[in-house]
Design a protein around this ligand. Structure first.
Ligand code: PMT
Length: 221
């Protein structure tokens, strides 16, 4: 078997949504299924990497022995797990759809509906995991982020690439049929910090993961 560039490398992957608790029966979440992140974990593990997969609540399964799975619910828990795992990692790929805000005062009991009354939720900003890892990133560590956009895609992705100190960003747009949340397929453009970009056609998430991992392997030392 040929030695893969990923063999023995420690790779952290975030996947899925985060749930931000409103009360014991309700949360703020999003449509992420975890398929993209789990496909990335499988491809990295198959190429010999030691994967730490930090995932929000999803129904995906992991079977590969090289994948250490950490289940979390909130952005804060994902943030703490990612900070710890990144310390001695060679790379991180951040594919999770992290909630940017959480309710300021989650209730311990179910909020009751008062007839005709409005309800206002006060939201606080969550930590930005990608930006935090971008701040502490050492020279040899590679940081890969995603950008999920609905408009002015390239502009927003480039802004995130710079602001979060990423090595490259994987842009997917909800305007592309079969791309983004829940589908078994995705359509991506990889934008490097050099400004170079590569656009790929619609492919299965396994194939998309392989394209991303190939780009990562080129940067790993
Ligand atoms: O899970 P699937 O159903 O397969 O769907 C895959 C996907 C659409 C979720 C995935 O391909 C994707 O685009 N993931 C990123 C979604 C997202 O939240 O993008 P963003 O543009 O809001 O965030 C930019 C980057 O910062 C991402 O790497 C994100 O993980 C990261 N981030 C964002 C907010 C935050 N508080 N912390 C973060 O780390």
């Amino acid at each position: 078997m040929t030695q893969s560039k990923l063999s023995g490398k420690k790779i952290v992957i975030t996947a899925g949504p985060t749930y931000e608790k409103i009360d014991p029966v309700r949360f703020i979440g999003n449509y992420s299924s975890g398929k993209m992140g789990f496909a990335l974990a499988n491809v990295c593990a198959e190429q010999g990497a030691e994967v730490t997969l930090i995932t929000g609540p999803v129904s995906q399964k992991t079977t590969h022995p090289n994948i250490k799975r950490i289940d979390v619910e909130s952005a804060e828990a994902m943030y703490q797990a990612a900070l710890t795992a990144f310390t001695d990692a060679d790379a991180a790929i951040l594919s999770a759809a992290v909630a940017d805000f959480r309710p300021a005062s989650p209730m311990d009991t179910k909020i009751k509906r008062e007839s005709g009354q409005e309800l206002t939720l006060h939201l606080l900003p969550n930590p930005d995991i990608a930006a935090a890892l971008g701040c502490i990133k050492k020279e040899k560590q590679i940081l890969v982020g995603f950008a999920l956009e609905t408009d002015d895609e390239a502009h927003h992705a480039q802004d995130k690439l710079k602001r979060k100190n990423l090595d490259f960003i994987v842009l997917n747009s909800l305007r592309d049929k079969g791309a983004g949340f829940s589908h078994d397929t995705n359509k991506i453009t990889i934008i490097h910090k050099s400004g170079e970009s590569v656009a790929y056609p619609l492919k299965s998430k396994q194939e998309v993961a392989a394209d991303i991992v190939n780009q990562l392997a080129l940067l790993l030392q």
